[in-house]
Design a protein around this ligand. Structure first.
Ligand code: ATP
Length: 351
């Protein structure tokens, strides 16, 4: 096993107008599961491909297990990969697909059989070893691709949207299985997704990218709870964090024609404009104080998601499943101080 370090990686594609990765540095510890997440085009895949050796950086370095691999071809880096287009070979049985990487490495037959069977067992494919891909469901084919990557016993596992071809339910089921499997193997893993829920659920740490830069990296709940800027707060979470503008006056936060108590640390910034953030689940509907009109009430089963219009604009509130409200109703709510986050309106950075 091995940790991965990328230092100051810069990559501009010949036809690209801006840097696909812009001075990215990141350390992934030995055995860690790190998820790269961000909106389309933020540079996740480019970063992963530079670690893989499929793309050459303009500058910067990649080390794996302390060894500088920046100029080494992919096959000499000791890694295995699963990509979105999980090219499994239609003319090979599942067992030969899983063993493909091992045969390429000229490993002896008995070891190949043993490793293929172990990987198949981990991915629940034992009963399908003699089938051809065409005789499998999409989810099973995806498992074959993952089994093939795992069978190699590489130091580092790279995965780029490996679940994207699955429907929502399978995706969620497989996500939990993948987490279990990778934890059991203890392989250092870099995983790319644009799906924030997947990132949060899988990663020991998540690194949120935007415009070729890592904006914040940390444990999922840390990044979710304490976003370093407004972008991260808005990107993670469904619904995204609520934001509204306020001005600090006389120790209170003034929002349109209402005011609420400001935390002590803000009181020393008279007339400061701030962007306030609060997550839907942190808005309390059990205590009055503020009020708004329900525009939409969406039961999700486990909760009711309210869209409320109030002095600060539109607000998403996650109320308990038993909460009854319909469009047009007035609802009283309250922002517990612990749930409030503050950002600079100009820079978006957390205050
Ligand atoms: P997605 O989630 O859509 O796959 P991503 O975050 O993985 O996006 P990249 O594929 O790394 O993003 O792309 C980063 C930037 O580099 C984008 O602006 C993209 O248009 C550009 N880019 C990627 N590959 C190439 C290429 N082969 N040639 C030119 N530009 C490219």
């Amino acid at each position: 096993m091995a940790g991965v370090t990328v230092s100051n990686l810069v990559k501009t594609y010949p036809s690209g107008s801006r840097r696909a990765t812009d001075d990215v540095s990141l350390e992934v510890a030995d055995g860690e599961f790190l998820v790269l997440v961000g909106p389309s085009g933020c540079g996740k895949t480019t970063l992963l491909r530079m670690v893989a050796g499929l793309e050459v950086p303009d500058s910067g370095t990649v080390t794996i297990g302390g060894r500088d691999v920046t100029r080494l071809p992919a096959r000499e880096r000791g890694l295995s990969m699963v990509f979105q287009s999980y090219a499994i070979f239609p003319h090979l049985r599942v067992r030969d697909n899983i063993g493909f990487g091992l045969r390429m490495r000229k490993i002896d037959k008995a070891t190949i059989t043993e490793r293929v069977e172990r990987a198949a067992d981990l991915l629940d494919l034992t009963d399908y070893l003699d089938r051809y891909p065409a005789q499998l469901s999409g989810g099973q084919r995806q498992r074959v691709a993952v089994a093939r990557a795992i069978a190699v016993d590489a130091d580092v596992l790279l995965m780029d949207e490996p679940l994207s071809n699955l429907d929502a339910l399978l995706r969620m089921q497989f996500r939990a299985e993948l987490k279990k499997i990778v934890a059991r193997l203890g392989t250092t893993t870099l995983y790319v997704t644009h799906d924030q829920a997947e990132a949060m659920s899988l990663g020991d740490r998540v690194a949120v990218l935007r415009d070729g830069k890592i904006i914040q990296a940390g444990a999922p709940m840390e990044v979710y709870d304490e976003p370093s800027d407004r972008f991260v707060g808005g990107f993670l979470g469904a619904p995204p964090m609520n934001f509204f503008d306020a001005v600090v006056q006389d120790g209170r936060l003034v929002v349109g024609d209402v005011s609420l108590e400001a935390p002590e640390r803000l009181a020393s910034w008279p007339d400061k404009k701030v962007t306030v953030g609060i997550r839907a689940e942190n808005v309390a509907v059990d205590r009055p104080g503020l009020s708004g009109e329900v525009e939409v009430a969406e039961p999700t089963g486990a909760a009711v998601l309210l869209t409320v219009r109030w002095a600060g604009g539109e607000l998403k509130i996650q109320a308990g499943a038993g909460f009854r409200a319909a469009a047009g109703d007035r609802v009283d709510f309250h922002f517990p101080g612990t749930g409030l986050r503050f950002f600079d309106p100009e820079t978006g950075l957390a205050l």
